[in-house]
Design a protein around this ligand. Sequence first.
Ligand SMILES: *Cc1c(COP(=O)(O)O)cnc(C)c1O
Length: 459
Amino acid sequence: MQHISTRGQTAAMDFQDAVMTGLAPDGGLLVPSAIPDVRDRLGAWAELDYKSLAFEILRLFTDLPDGDLRDLIARSYSTFRHSEIAPVLSAGPVHICELFHGPTLAFKDIALQFLCNLYEYILRRTGGRLNILGATSGDTGSAAIHGARGRERVNIFIMFPKGRVSPLQELQMTTVTDANVHCLAIEGTFDDGQRIMKSIFSDVTFKERHALGSINSVNWARVLAQTVYYFFSAFTVMRRTAAREVCFAVPTGNFGDILAGWYAAQMGLPVRRLILATNENDILARFFNTGVYRTGRTVPTISPSMDIQIASNFERYLFHLLGNDPARIRELMAGFAKTGALSVPLKNGGVDPLFRAGVGNTENALAIIRRYHRSHSCLLDPHTAVGVHVAEQFLEEDAPTICLATAHPAKFPDAIRTALNRDVARHAILDELKSRPARSVTLPASEAAIREYIGKHVS
Ligand SMILES: *Cc1c(COP(=O)(O)O)cnc(C)c1O
């Protein structure tokens, strides 16, 4: 499969080059040049376990030898604590697909375990090295560190704002003491980390000399790996309910997770609706309801991984929505960079009939956590609760709704305590972290200090 840039000014490339490239040099995002139609295979796929299904889907896109791909998938998901990888339970009117059984108890493990295995595999063959640099406010950093730990040819440097990430999230990073992992506690904010990272990446000479790469959510392999659980959970629920179509409700920040569902639907999975759920940071919900994509001020909420007002994966969807026209995307994105807004024409009063979109605010999410705990003995994390709240507004009679559960509730004990007045959200893995040795280096929030540290520690 070839991959092309949404901005049309980068030569097409194969899968492995797309993985190593991340963001296209023309500033666009890489997308597959065609989306395979798998409708004639759905019957056979419905019987497969998660890893076998992942193999069938990924081989359509990846051009890797079959044995190597099977091995990569087996290793990526052997770190999960549940034999089904993405089990589905039924709670009241919805089905909950648990995506949090990986090493850091959040759905980002599903993509980052696979991506890091893929990096190591490609680097072994090319003889290259990779030094991953990232800035995190919590979840992504720990999932990336757990993906990269102990790998050959890979180092990882993660900046986090000292004293400003939750104690649990910090421990999930700093207790990983493999020699190739560097946790940099910077004396500043998350935005300082982002700014330093962007500035370092824009210095092409430094970037190439140190083989720097990023792990952010624009990497195509991350989206691709996430398509698998849409198929897997749809098959599970269709088997249980004898329904012929399903809806998905997805708590959304960077539009990565729900975009994977859009690709699954294009491939032919019978998806009636994709229900997009945001918290108060509602740029995406507003877009689907009005056709106007306009960035606002980011406000902190109890679902911090969705506190985003520019969705880095949105450009992929926009490209497909507007007929795969790179000139149109260049024009729209240039306008967006200038004014902070862009708009698309509405058809029959909406942007896209496949989507429904809504907001679950803090009060809504807390109420859902309480109600699902009381009535369905189901403890939801605050991100998933946003998804469930919006899902309930759009239930359909004959197409059951699957809500993607993106984190284990024990990762967000404060929100659970606020909702229930009790400390019921625990996980042995997190309890045990407190007794482990932790390691991080404190550095000033200055680009020079980070450059110097990287220069000394890259291999
Ligand atoms: C990252 C994250 C999200 C949002 O996912 P996107 O792909 O950015 O839309 C939702 N919930 C949790 C727990 C996350 O870590």
